[in-house]
Write a protein that binds this ligand. Structure first.
Ligand code: ADP
Ligand code: ADP
Ligand code: MG
Length: 657
């Protein structure tokens, strides 16, 4: 057999992050040359370094980089790429791009453009599934869009109903309506969302399935007419119609229902001449468990799915390798009856988001990152310590996949792995995910797509009080640090100064101002023969807790049981961190007469808000000057050792080009 690399000597991945790395790993193992494309935001990303060569395609926003099919194709042509893997998201379900690749003589690692197109819109896909005798959710998916008409259809279907954008994806443009009185408003908002997100306001209306379980089937086709399925994944743990945890096999799945669902998925794939990896998503009415007559086609995703590692884990297959072999024209190396399920797999999506603040995305530098390593644990990550989660793309940090002989063993391993996951900087959902894996109702009960919403509070997805012990510990560390770096004869507000002269009597507590997660607080610091104690309200000084402290710019990040608290000492002399947010640029001035000790930046450097720029020593204290905002250094005057006058302009920061 000729090697795959002889036919596909090189691959360009038109994507970023964990999926780019994941595709490259397989490609490299198979002996292919790996070509990366990247935006300015990813110039130092791990996938760029991993590749054999990497080419810039544009600025950070996806529309100007990863969605620029033309720029990506130019790189592919210039580098002689044999094929392009689109990953997921971005251009992966863009039929025009798939066509443009083929026209340029470059293999698109995905289905034919015609199959992408056929499944691209939810209404057409449903019509197609019906024709292929695949059960679809009852509803209206015709062309008419008048509000009155759609409302009468909703009444006919029977509430609750779900309004969906026909061009939808990512849960956008989707509204559940429980009563006729709410229909008109919901329709308007769904259409608005759909127009904004997809440039297409059209919707369909379908029955909202009760006790819904999301069960999808992984299918695979080759160019010789073979289509098989690689069993199911249960993705019922969702938030806002988006997957949070995925697993296989589906709890309570019988061989009969699996065979029926698998058959339906293969029929749907065959109906569009499918080639490569795809997923047929079904919604099941789970009121009486999974039944062969209670599942309905929702849509087909014509690409590799985020959660494909779950299937790889239970089948022992490498889906990317299969994609590449099929793309090169090989026949699938197995028939349906050759495939078996071994054990159980569960995947959790680790996101940079804050469950305590409505899951708001949380960006910024990863001051510390430690991902779990253990038996039965696979981690697919795209970032590393010192890197950053930027606001430009999906804030996924990693996927953590656990394998077990049984479902509970896999869940236990995943919970333990999430407990060992340490992220300092952006807030994450690690603790929330761990609680999900431990939740009794998910482990043993029947559950559906409403589980997370019903148990949000118990899962910690609600505002929590400030962790005062963490604040006290963080403040102690910062004061310690300051004491080590500062001359002993500091000014009176230095709490360590009171140690000078060896006090015999107990010292009074000294107030110290800090911010904890941005909230200003006053601590009391006591220092005597027994040591130092920080008091904050009724929190016992030096409370014994399992804390991890990570130094970050201007402060410390205190991690405790998966929560993080950012503590900073308030320096009354530092520049106001919010003062320079205007577009005109920001000037960093010497806070007082003194000596420039260090200058960390030069003109042209990119800086992030909070980054250290310079140190000025004055009154025998060092003052760290930090960037008031993100930007580029326009000028940075002076040399270490020189005297600076109060108010002298030292550095100015402007907008990035
Ligand atoms: P799945 O069903 O496998 O989770 P989704 O349809 O939710 O797939 O999309 C896969 C991932 O790609 C998601 O994390 C989503 O945020 C991301 N994504 C989808 N479209 C885009 C896009 N146009 N730009 C950037 N990221 C995208
Ligand atoms: P997207 O393109 O955003 O992935 P889907 O049609 O796949 O849109 O639906 C997303 C999620 O919404 C599903 O995973 C499911 O949980 C829920 N959902 C979709 N259709 C229905 C329905 N008819 N009844 C109940 N829940 C549904
Ligand atoms: Mg979907």
């Amino acid at each position: 057999m000729t090697s795959l690399a002889a036919r596909l000597p090189s691959i360009l991945v038109a994507n970023r992050g964990e999926i780019a790395l994941r595709v490259f790993r397989t490609a490299r193992r198979l002996g292919m040359r790996c070509i990366a494309v990247y935006s300015d935001a990813d110039a130092d990303a791990p996938f760029v370094r991993f590749a054999d060569e990497a080419h810039r395609i544009g600025p950070a926003p996806a529309r100007e980089s990863y969605l620029r099919g033309d720029a990506i194709l130019d790189v592919a042509k210039a580098t002689g790429a044999a094929c392009i893997h689109p990953g997921y998201g971005f251009l992966s379900e863009n039929a025009d791009f798939a066509e443009a690749c083929q026209a340029a003589g470059i293999i698109f690692v995905g289905p034919p453009a015609s199959a992408i197109r056929a499944m691209g819109l939810k209404d057409a896909a449903k019509a197609l599934a019906e024709q292929a005798r695949v059960p679809v959710v009852p509803g209206y998916h015709g062309a008419r869009q008048e509000p009155d008409f759609l409302e009468s259809e909703a009444a006919r279907i029977g509430y609750p109903v779900l309004i969906k954008a026909v061009a939808g994806g990512g849960g956008k443009g989707m509204k559940r309506v429980d009563a006729a009185a709410d229909f008109a408003d919901a329709l308007e908002s769904a259409q608005r969302e759909a127009r904004n997100a997809f440039g297409d306001p059209r919707v369909l209306v379908e029955k909202y399935v009760l006790a819904p379980r999301h069960v999808e089937i992984q299918v695979f086709g080759d160019s010789h007419g073979n289509v098989v399925h690689l069993f199911e994944r249960d993705c019922s743990l969702q938030r806002r119609h988006q997957k949070v945890i995925e697993e296989a096999p589906a709890p309570g799945m019988s061989p009969e229902v699996r065979a029926a669902m698998g058959r339906a998925a293969v029929e749907a794939a065959k109906a569009v001449g499918y080639v490569g990896a795809g997923t047929v998503e079904f919604i099941a009415d789970g009121r009486d468990g999974l039944r062969a007559d209670r599942f309905y086609f929702m849509e087909m995703n014509t690409r590799l799915q985020v959660e494909h590692p779950v299937t790889e884990t239970i089948t022992g297959l490498d889906l990317v390798e299969l994609q590449l072999r099929v793309a090169a024209g090989e026949a699938l190396p197995f028939a349906q009856e050759d495939l078996t399920i071994t054990g159980h797999a569960v995947e959790a999506r680790l996101y940079a988001e804050d469950p305590e603040q409505g899951f708001l995305p949380s960006t910024g530098k990863l001051w510390a990152l430690s991902l779990p390593e253990a038996e039965g644990i696979r981690v697919d990550a795209g970032v590393e310590e010192g890197g950053a989660v930027t606001p430009f793309y999906d804030p996924m940090i990693a996927k953590i996949i656990a394998r077990g002989d049984t479902r509970l063993e896999a869940l236990d391993r995943l919970a333990a792995a999430l407990g060992e996951t340490l992220v300092a900087g952006p807030k994450t959902n690690a603790r929330f995910l761990k609680k999900l894996c431990e939740a009794e109702g998910f482990r043993n009960g029947p559950f559906d797509t409403g589980f997370i919403e019903r148990h949000a509070e118990a899962l910690g997805a609600a505002a929590q009080p400030l962790d005062r012990a963490a604040v006290a510990a963080g403040a102690m560390m910062l004061l310690d640090e300051q004491a080590r770096n500062l001359p002993r004869s500091g000014p009176a507000h230095d709490p360590w100064a009171v140690n000078d002269g060896f006090a015999l009597s107990p010292q009074p507590a000294v107030p110290v101002a800090v911010t904890a997660d941005g909230e200003p607080l006053l601590l009391r610091v006591r220092h005597d023969a027994a040591g130092t104690a920080v008091e904050l309200g009724d929190v016992a000084p030096n409370a014994e807790r399992d804390l991890t402290l990570v130094m970050a710019d201007e402060g410390v990040i205190v991690l405790s049981d998966g929560r993080q608290t950012w503590v900073r000492l308030v320096d009354p002399l530092a520049v106001d961190p919010d003062a320079g947010d205007g577009t005109a640029g920001s000037q960093i001035k010497a806070p007082m007469h003194g000596k420039l000790i260090a200058l960390f930046v030069k003109p042209g450097d990119r800086v992030e808000k909070g980054q250290r720029l310079a140190i000025v020593e004055a009154m025998k204290m060092e003052h760290v000057l930090t960037a008031p905002r993100d930007g580029v250094v326009i000028d940075a005057a002076g040399e270490p050792g020189m005297q600076v006058a109060q108010g002298a302009r030292l550095i100015s920061i402007g907008d990035a080009a």
